[in-house]
Write a protein that binds this ligand. Sequence first.
Ligand code: GAR
Length: 199
Amino acid sequence: MGSGKLKLAVLISGRGSNLQALIDACRDPSFPAEIRLVLSNRADAPGLARAKEAGIQTSVVDHKAYPDRSSFEKDMQKEIVESDAELIVLAGFMRVLTAEFVNLWPNRMINIHPSLLPDYKGLNTHARALADGKKEAGCTVHYVVPEMDSGPIIVQKRVPILPGDTPDILAQRVLEQEHLAYIEAVRIVARTLNKSLSS
Ligand code: GAR
């Protein structure tokens, strides 16, 4: 490669629309990152087809095939290291990671979460925001630390909650912002790591 681009391993479990946003961003020669590997813990994740379509290397490490988290993560680590990735990008990766694994990638793993963290960590974020009568929702890209959905925030984007919103309608409005947020966040991390086309 030799372009000085930040090498990414994108981890997914499902649809992969955030992955697609990153694939599309990487088509711009001035984008400071490239995807070296898309890894899924589910063989049936639709996002895998998006990666193959784009000619990106894929790998499946099925958590159900392992007796415990650490053996599962050991095989993931092997695949990621072999891909030469410098940054792990969690894009709808729905497995909790152990502190041991997270600590292998200090400041080198980022996650996108569909809420305005620190509000609504965990699942069903949009339903909970609606039930609380919130006026705003959004998404957060943050560095991953051992505590779930915590860690320094890189980018946050907000959307209004509108009358008649359902969790699905709100999720769609937030998702559009997620795609923008993730691209912005990768640019910021690349800059932080002194990656540019000229490096
Ligand atoms: C996204 O909304 C992402 O924020 C969320 O899963 C969805 C994945 O969609 N992630 C989490 O909830 C992580 N805790 P995608 O597969 O289309 O990118």
